[in-house]
Design a protein around this ligand. Sequence first.
Ligand code: UDP
Length: 239
Amino acid sequence: RGAKSKYKRILLKLSGEALMGEHDFGIDPKVLDRMALEIGQLVGIGVQVGIVIGGGNLFRGAALHEAGMERVTGDHMGMLATVMNALAMRDALERSNIRSRVMSAIPMSGVVEHYDRRTAIRYLTSGDVVLFSAGTGNPFFTTDSAACLRGIEIDADVVVKATKVDGVYDKDPVKHADAVKYEQLNYDEVLDQKLGVMDLTAICLVRDHGMPVRVFDMNKSGALLNLVVGGKEGTLIDR
Ligand code: UDP
């Protein structure tokens, strides 16, 4: 309490893998509860939170295609996986008494609301967390692209991407002990140096619309709140 947010509205991107915890498939409710706690801290200081969840803990179109399935069918399965993750996340948020809504880019009457930008903004303004599921609704896209798209659409102040490492490095810090972390990068540096933070579609989208992106480590407790109040966390990608 007493902390003042630097941002009024953020778009948080959570990968599906982040929901697995120690497992290698599926959803760990304990991890969801921890995330709900961190998200609740933002809501507590008046930050409007939109969330895009991935589906990589369940299905990825590209992987299913490699195993022999038609790509578009695989992508449809991947998008449905993000809806399941969003339902699980809503469940965790509501158990923590955080009001939340799930919207889907693919209409799924009776299960979740269909995505509508103006309605989403109304929910956000009234303090509800909005979970945007089913990615962009189109195959051949990723949820990183969906996060950038929704972030721009809802006029978020920043897209915050939660990863396993605390920012963007010049090489994989898990494999190389001498990897160096960038404090700040511009869009062209990310593209030129092929830093692989997000896919090219996503990077081009944020670059074209001047949407800042911050990459940080969600496993670090308190990191999300810290970056939202203006603390140094991870890497900032901007103009
Ligand atoms: N997907 C898609 N269109 C979208 C977003 C996602 O087809 O706009 C599919 C795609 O197959 C992807 C899967 O959903 O592999 C899960 O999303 P993603 O891989 O981005 O999840 P994450 O890596 O963040 O867990």
